[in-house]
Write a protein that binds this ligand. Structure first.
Ligand SMILES: Cc1ncc(COP(=O)(O)O)c(C=O)c1O
Length: 416
């Protein structure tokens, strides 16, 4: 590579990923095959439109690739229709809103404090600027979704669309209950499964179909594919969804990423992928157990999925400091808001951590539990330089025992 500055920074980033413990629940290590697709000349092609209906010539092979990606996505998610073109999870959500809503229409979605995403009507996001979002939260005692509240709000505000989805809710989503409420008021039901797509494929979480009209996801979290989005829907919404993606909100699709999505869907059909997803949950639970044992309070008391949310509101240290100190020793977590948050989103009362990336490295419960112990030790000794250095060494040792992207400096070697 001629550009030494960028070359060296890419090398450093790969080294950081190799030598760090990634506990950010939305991150993962894509396979070399997925990464390779994204570095191909497919990136050069313009292919506005859909397979066999393009605005540009020269799309013979691109059409085949997109057809394969669509067919695999439909099979994988048992969906009647798939659109593989959204550039990201946010784009997928934007396309669904454009397809189903008019500006100012009402939508009922989880609040940011109850695991919601920015695209569920945050006032600083297009969704909150264009549409009228009403939010539901969680029950103050159980910290789980309260279907009485959701039904009450649905009846009161009559949303055209109900959204269920999560970025930080550690429990399973009950699509059937959401559907019962949506049916009572004739609303569409959308599930955003960005975080839990892999778990759903492996039957570690209930399936959004047939309950939901439309399902959006990212392809890069538990699904472990390229950075991107995907929309799955019932047949009767296919035309609306496709038009909303292109020409509605996007121009030319990212054909190199669509090829990578196709590869990721094939990988996700394998038995080893299902085993991997089961291990993700076991590892998240092993971490949860360690935190509980050490006296930490977890939101909802534990986890059903790939993530846990630690409540540090009673601590003197703030979450930003914990995130920063862990970063310095090579452990990556998120500061995150918790239900009924009393601090600010910039310095909230929660630490969110998850198991997808460490499980891709080959961690089992023993190593996941030990990783949690390292986090606990750091939090308890946050001002002790000597102990922090010891933990840093332990992190390095652990990552060397479970290597990732081994073979060359651009990640084409994937240990598992
Ligand atoms: C539930 C959920 N939806 C949508 C998104 C947006 O995905 P992207 O970052 O690809 O736009 C995220 C990302 O964190 C998410 O967690």
């Amino acid at each position: 590579m001629e550009d030494k500055k960028i070359y060296n920074l890419i090398k450093k980033e790969i080294q950081r990923q190799r030598e760090g413990l990634v506990l950010i629940p939305s991150e993962n290590y894509a396979s070399p095959a997925v990464l390779r697709c994204m570095g191909t000349p497919l990136s050069n092609k313009y292919s506005e439109g859909y397979p066999h209906k393009r605005y540009y010539s020269g799309n013979e092979y691109i059409d085949e690739i997109e057809d394969i990606a669509i067919e695999r996505a439909k099979k994988l998610f048992k969906a009647e229709h798939a659109n593989v073109q959204p550039h990201s999870g946010s784009q997928a959500n934007a396309a669904v809103y454009l397809a189903l809503l008019k500006p100012k229409d009402t939508v009922l979605a989880p609040s940011l404090f109850a695991g919601g995403h920015l695209t569920y009507g945050s006032p600083i996001n297009f969704s909150g600027i264009i549409y009228n979002f009403i939010h539901y939260g969680v029950n103050p005692k159980t910290e789980r979704y309260d279907f009485d509240e959701i039904e009450e709000k649905a009846k009161k505000y009559k949303p055209k669309l109900i959204v269920t989805g999560t970025t930080s809710y550690p429990r399973a989503l009950n699509f059937k209950k959401f559907k019962e409420i949506a049916d009572k008021i004739g609303a569409y039901l959308m599930a955003d499964i960005a975080h839990i797509a892999g778990l759903i494929i492996a039957h570690c979480h209930s399936h959004p179909f047939p309950f939901c009209d439309v399902v959006t996801t990212t392809t890069h979290k538990t699904l472990r594919g390229p950075r991107g989005g995907l929309i799955l829907s019932k047949k009767d919404l296919a035309e609306k969804i496709d038009k909303a993606v292109f020409p509605g909100i996007q121009g030319g699709p990212l054909d190199h990423v669509i090829a990578a999505k196709a590869v990721c869907f094939k990988e996700a059909m394998s038995e080893s992928f299902k085993k991997y997803q089961k291990q993700i949950i076991l590892n998240a639970q092993a971490m949860a157990q360690e935190f509980v044992k050490a006296g930490f309070r977890l939101v909802t008391g534990g986890t059903d999925n790939h993530l846990i949310l630690i409540d540090i509101s009673s601590f003197k240290i703030d979450s930003k400091r914990i995130q920063d100190e862990l970063d310095k020793i090579g452990i990556y977590v998120n500061k995150n808001v918790i239900p009924f948050e009393k601090r600010t989103p910039f310095n909230p009362s929660g630490i969110r951590l998850g198991s997808p990336a460490i499980t891709s490295r080959g961690f089992k419960e023993k190593e996941a539990g030990y990783t949690a112990q390292l986090v606990i030790k750091l939090i308890k000794n946050i001002n002790n330089k000597k102990i922090k250095n010891q933990i840093k060494k332990e992190v390095k040792k652990l990552t060397q025992k479970f290597p990732i992207y081994e073979m060359d400096s651009f990640g084409s070697g994937f240990a598992r």
